[in-house]
Design a protein around this ligand. Structure first.
Ligand SMILES: [Zn+2]
Ligand SMILES: [Zn+2]
Length: 393
């Protein structure tokens, strides 16, 4: 008996869109998703799921237990908004000044609830269980780790993790499923360069950390261009430089801050080593000292090849083979990687742009919005992907 998820997702269209617009009107920042989590928890309880709240502070976990034994699949949706003031004038625009769903997580939450509804009606036939994970604080890279610390990957441990992101670089009606690494591991690096401050007119009596910092900024560009294999991927960015307050003073300290993006542990280790060597070496040559600190923010999203093939085949049935992209990669990061750490997973993208309607602004832009048809496609995709583990064909 095959299930017509297409018809079911279409039937849920008004509900999915209404929910997404409600979340859009009421955006909540990382770890403040109290209203959103309450709606999520109540909706899931009404569906008969076993619901846990306060997992990773504001996260919600719900278990849909099948009548028969089988695998456990984790379905992830993130809930948080961004500190951006919305510039759209839609009737569902943000009602909170300075906060906005500018990444599409409002849609992810609405999709997750629709998937729970479709699958909750199939509990009697289900072999195994689905763990729905509504995650907080993706945008600051902390929500997934907070949920892992609270045991989201135990009791029961998932056999697979799946999830999706609405994707405005692809047109609505397309789906991207990439095998292997498709989003980067992100680290935050800081370099503190210490010299000796003094009068701007007497540089010979100082050790100038500003000049040293300038050379460090230039020299770290050689990590990606001269050290990393050109067939591999790496980004080293300096995003902030702070030092000095006055035009005639050489300050004692300059601080650099930036991000490292990599796909593999091997390249990551190389970049970290070179950052330490270059910062210490260049600053040292100029009479200063450098201290480098690197903090991991997310792991790489590394999609399981076999699972990706299966989900790509589902995508071909949903949107047509010609609309399935197999090589959509980004050096952006996603903390869903912590829910896929040691667990086969697939995180895929649902095209959500519609240039003809002006719905093609980049994620995190104050005029970001999606073509809501993508929500229905996303709900069908995620329901079918989850069902492929626990429901007979
Ligand atoms: Zn985002
Ligand atoms: Zn996002």
């Amino acid at each position: 008996m095959s299930i017509d998820f297409h018809a079911e997702a279409e039937a849920l269209r008004p509900e999915i869109i209404a929910r997404r617009r409600d979340f859009h009107r009421h955006p909540e920042l990382a770890f403040e998703e109290v209203r959103t989590a309450e709606i999520v928890a109540n909706t899931l309880r009404d569906l008969g799921l076993e619901v846990q709240t306060g997992v990773g502070r504001t996260g919600v976990v719900a278990l849909l237990e099948g009548a028969h034994d089988g695998p456990t699949v984790l379905v992830r949706a993130d809930m948080d908004a961004l500190p951006i003031h919305e510039e759209n004038e839609t009737e569902y625009a943000s009602t909170v000044a300075g906060k906005m769903h500018a990444c599409g997580h409002d849609g992810h939450t609405a999709i997750g609830l629709a998937v729970a509804k479709m699958l909750a009606a199939r509990q009697d036939e289900m072999r195994g269980r689905i763990k729905f994970v509504f995650q907080p604080a993706e945008e600051i890279g902390e929500g997934a780790r907070a949920m892992v610390a609270d045991g989201v990957l135990e009791n029961p441990r998932p056999d697979a993790t799946i999830g999706l992101h609405l994707w405005n670089t692809l047109p609505v009606g397309t789906v991207a499923v990439t095998s292997g690494p498709s989003m980067a591991a992100a680290d935050i690096w800081t370099c503190t360069i210490t010299g000796h401050g003094g009068h701007g007119a007497s540089p010979h009596e100082t050790r100038d950390p500003i000049v040293a910092a300038a050379h460090v900024v230039t020299a770290v560009q050689t990590i990606a261009s001269r050290n990393v294999d050109p067939l591999e991927m790496a980004v080293v960015t300096v995003g902030s430089i702070h030092g000095g307050d006055a035009f005639n003073v050489i300050p004692p300290v300059v601080t650099l801050k930036g991000t490292v993006r990599t796909y593999t542990e091997k390249v990551k280790a190389l970049v970290h080593r070179r950052l330490h060597e270059i910062c210490a070496g260049v600053a040292g040559a100029l009479g200063c000292t450098a201290e480098v600190e690197i903090t991991p923010m997310t792991l790489a999203v590394d999609n399981d090849p076999a699972l990706s093939e299966r989900i790509a085949a589902i995508a071909a049935e949903v949107v047509g083979a010609e609309n399935v992209k197999r090589d959509e990669r980004s050096m952006g990061s996603e903390d869903v990687s912590y829910l896929m750490d040691g667990i086969p997973g697939c995180y895929f993208f649902i095209g959500s742009a519609n240039p003809a309607r002006g719905l093609n602004k980049p994620h995190h832009n104050p005029r970001f919005d999606v073509d809501e048809d993508a929500l229905i496609i996303g709900a069908e995709m995620l329901a079918r992907a989850a069902a492929s583990f626990v429901l007979p064909e």
